[in-house]
Design a protein around this ligand. Structure first.
Ligand SMILES: Nc1ncnc2c1ncn2[C@@H]1O[C@H](COP(=O)(O)OP(=O)(O)OP(=O)(O)O)[C@@H](O)[C@H]1O
Ligand SMILES: [Mg+2]
Length: 322
């Protein structure tokens, strides 16, 4: 039997006529983590929402495909999406506070997710919910199941959200900034939990983050987005060793130690451009790029492979050694 795969090909997302995401391609494999990184507003969340069939109007997919084991998901009916969502692809949303309903106990909410995916009775779903709370390492799960979300710490709440995301036994999990709202020690615990669940269940994980430390620790593959496009993509080790896009290198320069102990620490000047009806003619990063040439503002560099599986969209990437 061929390996299960979630593949995104040439995905374009627009808000009405305004393009937000253009030509994004990646694929997830069981047991592997792909990190999707980039500054705020570059299109990480809308990409993940499109993969889940959850784009809110006026956003829509303008082109591309999302295939699960070869089956096209885009264009599925609402019932068709419901059969895949949660059951084949789980999602941990960016805001843990809004992911849980304050009016229901956490046990009821996890049990509800269990019942949504199969014909469990109420009693079976309640038992399964407690087992899921134990799986996400919540101490004394039978007691915690009776609590309301506001009684739990941020880390415990995020564990509950992860329990609901895996309730349907998905093969793939998308985690959108799963630790951003948490303090550092709790972040490490939640990442360790995701890593353990992934290993135990062989999950294919799409981990959205702007923390490159998290990428280095948790992912094998990475894709760097800038202004709605992937500008660099490939194995984490190869990219950390020799980034091929000035934006990736800029992100790494802002992280202590990412480019070696002696590399100077600096941020990237300027801001991500806001989406607008007119796309740039050239590379969207050119206005912030210390390496930009006149050509960079007139033509957009295509994503080109430099070594097997490692691609970058920069006219000068061949000049960039570590
Ligand atoms: N409902 C919407 N209507 C119009 N534009 C939207 C909508 N949702 C998002 N956008 C725009 O799409 C772009 C991408 O947003 P997105 O939320 O995907 O960014 P992100 O990479 O997830 O950022 P962050 O790191 O802050 O979560 C942004 O310019 C945002 O303003
Ligand atoms: Mg986001």
């Amino acid at each position: 039997m061929s390996e299960s795969r979630l593949s995104v090909e040439g995905l374009c997302i627009a808000a009405g006529r305004v393009p937000l995401v253009e030509g994004v391609s990646f694929s997830l494999r069981p047991g592997h983590t792909l990190a999707l990184v980039g500054e705020s507003g570059c299109g990480k969340s809308v990409t993940s929402h499109a993969v889940m069939g959850l784009l809110p109007p006026p956003l829509s997919v303008a082109a591309g495909s999302v295939k699960l084991d070869g089956m096209e998901l885009l264009g599925l009916s609402p019932d068709g999406w419901r059969a895949q969502r949660g059951r084949r692809i789980g999602m941990v949303f960016q805001e843990p506070m809004t992911a849980l309903n304050p009016a229901h106990t956490v046990g009821d909410q996890v049990a509800e997710a269990v019942r949504a995916h199969g014909g469990a009775s109420r009693a079976e779903a309640r038992d399964r919910a407690i087992a899921l709370l134990a799986e996400v390492r919540i101490p004394d799960p039978a007691r915690v199941a009776k609590e309301f979300p506001h009684r739990l710490s941020g880390g415990m709440r995020q564990r509950v959200v992860i329990a609901t995301a895996i309730a349907g036994g998905p093969a793939f999990l998308i985690a959108d900034e799963p630790t951003t709202a948490l303090d550092v020690t709790v972040q490490a615990q939640v990442l360790a939990l995701l890593g353990r669940l992934q290993a135990e269940k062989g999950l294919g994980l799409l981990l959205i983050t702007h923390n490159l430390g998290v990428v280095a620790q948790s992912a094998q593959e990475m894709a760097v987005m800038y202004a709605g496009r992937i500008v660099e993509q490939g194995p984490v080790r190869g990219i950390f060793r020799a980034p091929r896009h000035p934006y990736t290198r800029g992100l790494m320069r802002a992280v202590p130690g990412a480019l070696g102990r002696k590399a100077p620490l600096e941020g990237i000047g300027g801001m991500v451009p806001s989406p607008g009806p007119q796309r740039w003619a050239g590379c969207a990063f050119a206005p912030r790029c210390g390496m930009a040439l006149p050509d960079c503002t007139t033509a957009a560099p295509p994503l080109r492979e430099h070594s097997p599986g490692h691609a970058a969209a920069c006219f000068r990437s061949h000049e960039m050694a570590a």
